[in-house]
Design a protein around this ligand. Structure first.
Ligand code: KIV
Length: 266
């Protein structure tokens, strides 16, 4: 019997919330794969990998290259790839063409796109054409300018109603799961209770059916800014720093390479 995401909504994964994390490269996918349920190749790679100050400059070719690398090493977790800015908003046909391209080239399990009511028709079109879709509502990084900055959503009645309507529309359109980002706890809780599909929160409280964080926030490699909803579980920067400093010092002192690292005539 096939387990659906609606079953997972009721039971969790082994009665526990769904654990998701982003990864963008093969080595990080290899580490994360046995530990989490879903790996998202997020367009946050624009900031964490490419050094842009938003996700807007990210291209579909970047998403495909990183999606391919992650899928190559993910043997257990479900891999979802983000549709980057300007690849799905203009028409449902544009969205389908690009979603197919991402799925075919990367062999990922699903795509994710940002938006609610206004994108429901597009999501339905993708799902009707065999593309599994993860929705993304609440704070939408690709629309931060339109939203007036990185603002927590659902703080007043109108805002709360909007996020709820977005969630209901995305579910009705056929998404198998929804990321709720940067949304106040009571609204995320109401949405989670109202939906039949699992909600994955990032800054949306433990009321969600699962959680997602950006890998570089978790390990301390992205420090340009650190949202309140994120948490650094370790800080690998000083370890990497010490290793590179020691390497450079050994080169300058002619300690590296040593005899062990050299080749000689047999
Ligand atoms: O791009 C990303 O990493 C995301 C997560 C923040 C959910 O969309």
């Amino acid at each position: 019997m096939q387990v659906t995401f609606q079953d997972i909504k009721k039971t969790g994964i082994n009665n526990k919330p769904i654990a998701c994390i982003t990864a963008y490269t093969a080595p990080m996918a290899q580490i994360a794969d046995p530990l989490v349920d879903i790996i998202l190749v997020g367009d946050s790679l624009g900031m964490t990998i490419y050094g842009f100050d938003s996700t807007i400059p990210v291209t579909i070719d970047m998403m495909i290259a990183h999606g391919e690398a992650v899928v190559r090493y993910a043997k257990h977790a479900m891999v979802v790839v983000d549709m980057s800015y300007n690849t799905y908003e203009h028409s449902k046909e544009q969205a389908l063409e690009n979603a197919k391209k991402i799925m075919e080239k990367t062999k990922c399990a699903a795509v994710k796109l940002e938006g609610g009511v206004e994108l429901a028709g597009t999501i339905k079109y993708l799902v009707d054409n065999g593309i599994p879709v993860m929705g993304h509502i609440g704070l939408l990084p690709q629309s931060v300018e339109k939203m007036g900055g990185y603002k927590i959503q659902g703080r007043n009645d109108e805002g709360a109603k909007k996020v709820m309507n977005d969630a209901l529309a995305v579910e009705k359109a056929g998404a198998f799961s929804i990321v709720i980002e940067g949304t106040i706890e009571p609204v995320a809780r109401d949405i989670t209770n109202a939906l039949k599909i699992p909600t994955i929160g990032i800054g949306a409280s433990p009321a969600c059916d699962g959680q997602i964080l950006v890998l570089d926030d978790v390990i301390g490699t992205f420090t340009a800014f650190s949202p309140k909803f994120s948490k650094r579980f370790c800080d690998v920067k000083p370890i990497i720093n010490a290793a590179i400093a020691q390497y450079a010092a050994d080169v300058k002192a002619r300690v590296f390479p040593s005899e062990d690292n050299c080749f000689y005539p047999k």
